[in-house]
Design a protein around this ligand. Structure first.
Ligand code: NDP
Ligand code: ZN
Length: 353
């Protein structure tokens, strides 16, 4: 089969690979909608998780089931399904402990385009199909549903990690597609004021639509000073980090009230240490928590988030700015994600076989 792969750090290309085999609990899909992710960019061009050779890229999409293993109960060939970016082994001890995303070891639930072939292939292997696939709801466009693989669950996980409560003041640093869903998650969890940090006009417009009350452009000066100005020097209860770098934690800790929580969903592609300012961290005693997490993945979460989309609570279709047709366009879509033109939020490729 044909696939688009990471050939090595900084290098991508089309390759031929064996069609994956289907184990007893697995499913094989054919993609019908695919989306590239900023994480693919960190993985290939920053080599952030190490070198990979001929590893098929991609972890976001919707597919049609073509084969299932003999132990799969709930899916059959012909079903249209959403695949989660994170596909844990649900019988692992880590999953039993509540950390499905780390099944088998740290970040072990993140298999696609990390430790096994991703979804940019003519056929896609999904482990533990009953635990990891969700039926595409009737009436939901595959391109919109593709946002349920990663953008929606990860962005919302930011608001879960930050433990946003009713009436909170929340700063969301980074309003690409992930941070935008972080904004929406904060709204849904009852935040009062939401300070959204970004500079792309498209993203700013959607941040306001999703419920951000204030926009902060990090290019206009220190985020910290702007947040402190807007909060009369008091700071915020929660920070969701979905952009920036290792130094971003410095400002995040400083703007946080004692007892506050940082929910980081940013993939730190570069740098060795995260910066925590000693004094503003209460010399170690400020009750300022940093929670950083990969989203949990799996079927139940996707079914629930899909239900939220169907109920009109979330509209992830607003994230899609660039549309392509045909499997061959996966490369162009990924390059767009790498180059990040100012009008880009998220590209999607739809495929009619
Ligand atoms: P984008 O690149 O589209 O968005 C990044 C955002 O951060 C933009 O709003 C950008 O602003 C802003 N930004 C950039 N530099 C700074 C800075 N120095 N200070 C403050 N803000 C800054 O990324 P995505 O939304 O696609 O992804 C966000 C992160 O989430 C990525 O690292 C991605 O890999 C990660 N991720 C994590 C997952 C998880 O499970 N935890 C899953 C999926 C993704 P501007 O408007 O100027 O572009
Ligand atoms: Zn992704």
């Amino acid at each position: 089969m044909k696939a688009f792969a990471m050939l090595g750090i900084g290098n991508t290309g089309w390759i031929e690979k064996e069609r994956p085999a289907c184990g007893p609990m697995d499913a094989i899909l054919r993609p019908i909608a695919l989306a590239p992710c900023t994480s693919d960019v960190h993985t290939v061009w920053e080599g952030a998780v190490g070198d990979r050779h001929n590893l098929i890229l991609g972890h976001e999409g919707v597919g049609e089931v073509v084969e299932v293993g003999n132990l799969v109960k709930d899916f059959k060939p012909g079903d249209k399904v959403i695949m989660p970016a994170i596909t844990p082994d649900w019988n692992s001890l880590e999953a039993q402990a509540g950390f499905s995303m780390h099944s088998g070891g740290m970040l072990g639930g993140w298999k696609f385009s990390n430790v096994k072939d991703g979804v940019f292939g003519e056929f896609i292997h999904v482990n533990d199909a009953d635990g990891n696939l969700a039926l595409l709801p009737e009436g939901l466009a595959p391109e919109t549903a593709a946002m349920l693989s990663d953008m929606v669950p990860t962005g919302l996980h930011g608001s879960e990690l930050a433990n946003v409560q009713y009436g909170d003041k929340v700063c969301v640093i980074g309003i690409g597609p992930v941070g935008l869903m972080g904004v929406r998650g904060a709204v849904l969890r009852g935040a009062a004021d939401i300070y959204a940090v970004g500079s792309r006009p498209n993203c700013i417009e959607i941040a306001k639509e999703y419920g951000a009350t204030d926009i902060i452009n990090y290019k206009d000066g220190s985020i910290l000073e702007q947040v402190m100005d807007k909060t009369n020097g008091k700071g915020v209860d929660r920070v969701i980090i979905a952009g920036g770098d290792c130094d971003t934690f410095d400002e995040a800790i400083k703007m946080l009230k004692p007892g506050g929580v940082i929910g980081n969903i940013n993939y730190l592609g570069e740098g060795e240490f995260v910066k925590i300012p000693r004094a503003e961290w209460g010399v170690g005693m400020g009750h300022k928590t940093i929670a950083g997490g990969l989203m949990p993945g799996g079927r139940l979460r996707m079914e629930k988030l899909a239900a939220m989309v169907m109920a009109g609570r979330i509209d992830p279709s607003r994230l899609i700015t660039h549309r392509f047709e045909g499997f061959d366009k996966v490369e162009e879509a990924l390059m767009l994600m790498k180059d990040k033109p100012r009008d880009l939020i998220k590209p999607v490729v739809t495929i009619n076989w």
